[in-house]
Design a protein around this ligand. Structure first.
Ligand code: NBP
Length: 479
């Protein structure tokens, strides 16, 4: 009988196909399967020479092709298709076998599936995979959840195909059940925020300074040589420098300005609301996409709502403004990451995942879409103090914010004056100032709540719960 495969991949669209090739290129014997046979055939026909593939054309054939305990990676469309595939394969598996869901599942679905399969003796390993098509092939960032036992069997294989950053694989076990998919969800939320901030910087350079896309590409290229060095800034230079072949116009001018989303940003915000964690950077980025896509609303308001005429700054007003935009971008990015890490901390506490935040920063350094030089700084911050309440107070980030804030404030003020929307920059600054404030106007909100709803309040000068008799003689009582 033919030698069995170490691992199998079912779902051979872009991600699954490239992940299977990545495994095979690393010398692993890989069973491959897809609902529609043609994808399996084409993978073997086109790339069969890259490694040891074992094509399977039925679920039973696929399961039989795997050595025990079986390691079965599912790379299908998240949601119903994942449940359908689990239902198809689980009855064919035996206790101790593993199903790895590498799709973008919601972490609550992963928790549900893990629990149900655990009762059947099967390990279900929700695994976040980032890096898109290219990453899946050449080394993604891999965020596995699931049991410690399954990590023992899967760790070496996943680590083998992951990206490597500074000699370390971008893959580590993050915690049980939904931990991996939770971290992947927040990763995607941060990705939304990063892109929104980059877009705002572009808009301010263009409308605020009158620069052309090709010039702005050069500005980003220069920024990418400094502390903003990251994959997203790098590809921003590519997209901005690109010219549309049909019209000869800058590519960015012929693309419809309505940003789409597949839902992970929305999930991050919804979850953050449930956990009570202010991820304002991600929320603003998600809502900014919704606003851009509100075609009817934008049509009804464009040219109707009054505001300042968009006029580029000139002379002394323009002096140093590009540098200030870089500062606003860096400072707002720090805030967005600090919020994202606080959210992971809160999720970890809520579900007892015990996620190592330093490990998260380490595995985002390579392979994934938000890979960036400054993740090293986050790793260092958590290495120094794993219980850091916020990244903002870590030495490097506190100093960076101190140095950037004059420019950051100038950009937010100028954006408001010129009528250029900068929700990411301004909400990040408001969050920063909110945290710095010795007193917040929340005291007034508590007073109002007590007035209309007798919701009570606490006092600053003594303990207890109080209510003022607003409709009566306004004496204070302790209900
Ligand atoms: P898609 O998300 O486009 O899914 C297509 C695959 O799902 C095909 O193999 C298809 O089989 C299979 N499938 C569907 Br649809 N319904 C099925 C069912 N009921 N039973 C069995 N198979 C079914 O593929 P992708 O873009 O490669 O992404 C795979 C996963 O990875 C997704 O969860 C995605 O969110 C995640 N992800 C994608 C990226 C990216 O950059 N694209 C990055 C990170 C994560 P068929 O060939 O028979 O139709």
């Amino acid at each position: 009988m033919a030698e069995k495969a170490e691992i199998g991949v079912t779902g051979l669209a872009v991600m699954g196909r490239n992940l299977a090739r990545n495994l095979a290129r690393h010398g692993h014997r890989v069973a491959v399967h897809n609902r529609t046979e043609a994808r399996t055939r084409s993978l073997v026909e086109e790339f069969g020479s890259e490694g040891d593939f074992l094509p399977a054309y039925s679920a039973q054939e696929f399961v039989d092709a795997l050595e025990r305990p079986r390691r079965l990676v599912v790379m299908v469309k998240a949601g119903g298709p994942t449940d359908a595939v689990i239902e198809e394969f689980a009855p064919l598996l035996e206790p101790g076998d593993m199903i790895v869901d590498g799709g973008n599942a919601h972490y609550l679905d992963t928790r549900r599936r893990e629990k149900a399969l655990r009762e059947r003796g099967i390990h279900f390993v929700g695994t976040g995979i980032s890096g898109g098509e290219e990453g899946a092939l050449n080394g993604p960032s891999i965020m596995p959840g699931g049991s410690a036992e399954s990590w023992e069997a899967l760790g070496p294989l996943l680590t083998d195909i992951a990206a490597v950053a500074e000699g370390e694989p971008c893959c580590s076990h993050l915690g049980p059940d939904g931990a991996g998919h939770f971290v992947k969800m927040v990763h995607n939320g941060i990705e939304y925020s990063d892109m929104q901030l980059i877009a705002e910087a572009y808009d301010l350079l263009r409308s605020g300074l009158g620069k052309k896309p090709a010039e702005i590409a050069e500005t980003f290229r220069k920024w990418n040589e400094g502390r903003l060095d990251s994959y997203l800034i790098e590809i921003t230079t590519e997209v901005l420098a690109h010219t549309d072949a049909d019209t000869g116009k800058p590519f960015v001018d012929i693309v419809l300005d309505q940003a789409e989303q597949k839902g992970t940003g929305r999930w991050t915000v919804q979850t953050a609301l449930d956990l009570g964690i202010p991820v304002t950077g991600i929320a603003e980025a998600t809502f900014a996409r919704s606003l851009s896509g509100s075609a009817g609303l934008r049509e009804a308001t464009e040219g109707v709502l009054p505001g300042p005429e968009r006029k580029a700054l000139t002379g002394a007003e323009a002096d140093g403004f590009a540098d200030a935009i870089e500062e606003a971008l860096f400072a707002s990015k720090i805030v967005a990451y600090a919020q994202g890490f606080n959210m992971i901390q809160a999720g970890s506490a809520e579900y007892d995942w015990n996620i190592d935040l330093g490990a998260v920063a380490r595995l985002w350094r390579g392979g994934c879409i938000i890979r960036a030089r400054f993740l090293n700084r986050i790793t260092e911050a958590y290495a120094e103090d794993p219980a850091l309440p916020t990244l903002l107070t870590a030495d490097y980030f506190r100093d960076a914010l101190a140095g950037a804030q004059t420019g950051w404030r100038r950009v937010v003020a100028e954006a408001a004056r010129l009528g250029i929307p900068a929700p990411g920059f301004s909400s990040a600054l408001a969050y920063y100032d909110g945290l710095r404030a010795a007193r917040l106007p929340a005291a007034l909100i508590q007073g109002l709540r007590d007035y209309f709803g007798a919701h009570t309040y606490h006092r600053t000068d003594r303990s207890g719960t109080f209510h003022t008799l607003w409709g009566g003689d306004r004496t204070e009582v302790e209900p």
